[in-house]
Design a protein. Sequence first.
Length: 354
Amino acid sequence: MKPIKKIFNIFLVSLLALGAVVLVVYLASREGGSSEPGDTYHSPTVFAMDTTLDVTIQGRGAAQSKKDFDTALALARKIENETSRFKPESDVSKINAQAGISPVPVSEDTFKIVGLSVEYGALTNGAFDITVASVAQLWGFFDQKYRVPSTQQIAQELSRVGYRKIIIDANNRTVMLAEKGMQIDLGGIAKGYAVGQMYELFKARGLKHALINFGGAIGALGTRSDGKDWVIGIKDPRGQGGELSGELRVSNAFVSSSGDYERFFIRDGKRYFHIFDPATGYNPTQVIGTTIVGPDSAIADILSTTLIVMGPARALELMKTQTGFEAILIDSAGKFLFTPNMKDKYVIEIKEHI
């Protein structure tokens, strides 16, 4: 197939995360122009969880759709207030402040998120580890004061990393970090979890056609109101502007993407980005981008980051255990790798290399 060029004459929402365009963009239709159903409501773009949230609703009317969006936004804000490390009163901030001191009572949402994180920490042998937060902080990815730390500094922070040091008490719904100086960050799962919760909220409110787009975590409820699948564009990791590397068709599914170009800095000609291998404290080097499609948004969010850490061989082995999930990986040479059913189920068109 011919390389996919920059797309024109379509409704396009580019998500911004700390100034960098995230991997997935939403295309309302491939045909463009007036092909978008007339009953489409586009929410205002709001900033939450350090990224942007956009919702598209069809078949409800503008007034009802706005009420639906406002309810979903309130839910997203609630989860953000519980899970953001940047909010002093959040569960995460309290857990970090009480590391090595005492357990912290947390909300039901936070408890579920941390519990799933620990589960996938074990499943991936530590490739997914929410306690790698102190390493990310060392490199400057929380305050945007980017720096390349010394090997000694990295080794010091790695001594505090380890999902096994997260103590969960289900009876009292508390979370505790075993050692002082430990930190957790839920950026690799919280948006996906929030999308799943908004999706279920919409279903409970009777929505049939909606697309939630939250910083690269996407929930596609039903089809479009005209019966067509939602079309998701995959941003080219090395492309310019809105250039795409492929398009997916989805309905009643979740999509999550990650890559080395979402949040990064260049120092002495080398790219450093926001995903770290918990075993080394450095960026993984074998995979530069992922896109996951599947039935659970929080797990898709986890996998999109974890597969980058694991590298192609381990990642594809892990995906064999993830029933209902399919993946695209872009390796360091720019080659696209696919799980067995990805192309047949979801891909409209895609490049072979970037």
